[in-house]
Design a protein around this ligand. Structure first.
Ligand SMILES: [Zn+2]
Length: 136
């Protein structure tokens, strides 16, 4: 089976490093939904050594800080699921009272699929700020 994280189709990359990358997910109805994807095949967070795990969690925290600062969500949701694809990644989902499922979990039937913000503008905004946040 081809892994969609190793061989993505088109994806909107916001930041890319040697070990992981940050993408803006195509999730209609949810503005600013990002994924932090470990580049190599690793199944669980605890499979990473200390340095790699600290690097990954530092990137996750930098993306979270950036999303809060730039988009002002009501709450951040962070999840590591990926049960079908054993390829470690985190979802960082800014929640708004206008999003597709508010206040229910994001993985329930969507009430609408209308995004509030222009996704190209969000990508451009986040690309710069995430790079700065990870570097600091
Ligand atoms: Zn993979």
């Amino acid at each position: 089976m081809t892994c969609g994280y190793c061989h993505p189709g088109a994806e909107t990359v916001l930041w890319s490093g040697d070990r992981c990358r940050v993408i803006l997910a195509d999730e209609p109805g949810f503005d600013g939904w990002c994924r932090v994807i470990w580049n190599a095949h690793v199944r669980e967070l605890s499979d990473l050594g200390d340095a790699d795990r600290n690097h990954l969690m530092g990137v996750v925290a930098a993306v979270e800080r950036t999303l809060i600062a730039q988009l002002r969500p009501v709450k951040m949701n962070i999840a590591a699921l990926g049960t079908a694809a054993p390829h470690l990644h985190f979802h960082l989902i800014p929640r708004f009272d206008t999003d597709a499922n508010f206040p229910d979990p994001v993985w329930t039937a969507r009430r609408h699929t209308t995004s509030r913000l222009d996704q190209n503008a969000v990508a451009a905004q986040l690309r710069t700020t995430i790079r700065e946040a990870i570097a600091s």
